[in-house]
Design a protein around this ligand. Sequence first.
Ligand SMILES: [Zn+2]
Length: 257
Amino acid sequence: MSSVRPEGAPHTFIWDSSRPVPWTCPYCNRPTTVTASDVETFLHVKGLSSSEGSRCVQGSLVVCPNTECKRTTLTLLLRDWVQGYSSNYPGQVLEVWQLMPDSAALSFDADVPAAIIDDYEEACRILNPSPKASAALARRCLQGMIRHFWAITRPTLKAEIEALKDKVDGPTWTAIDAVRSVGNIGAHMEKDVNIIIDVEPDEALKLIGLIELLIHEWYVRSQDGLRRVQDVIDLAKDKKALREQGESTPPTPHLGE
Ligand SMILES: [Zn+2]
């Protein structure tokens, strides 16, 4: 099971000037690679002494290489500033803010109910400031899809996922149940409220990744399949109409069929 969010998606974008970086534009959603001519970066090292230690702020402006798009994505990273032997360098990424556009939600070429897309986009928007709430929204998004796409409605999401067991493959079912379970933490539905479990942004992003995969598998692929079937039906109709037209007009000389 692989993600539909390609490597180098805006959430994790870190510019490495030594090679082209795989990247998907959040506006036109086209996977591409960005090179030095598409990127401007800056690095600011925190000079003031504080209790947090050495930090640096790294920013990148990427202009989409797709000539029909050419829109700008602005990302800001807060990173550790690590002391090396001969020089210092940016270390672990502590915070990521994608400022433009303000959400890294993907767009899907499919007819998906607006309520599901709203939950998905909101889960992406609040991923960094509030990963727990993002996980809860991913859970609600999942429930919306099971009810809409599979027409399964039960009193609880757990029961709905049970009913889905013979309809999806084993690893997908396990991952779906994981979205429910991690989403419960965000929705404050754990049985023991004294146990505090946090959800980190990269964990919430994994739930969003599964939601994206399911939207792709359930809606995009099935609607694409229906479109292809309809294309063949239309093609056969067109050919039949041409044949009938040909039969009603005098034949023109030709070399063969
Ligand atoms: Zn673009």
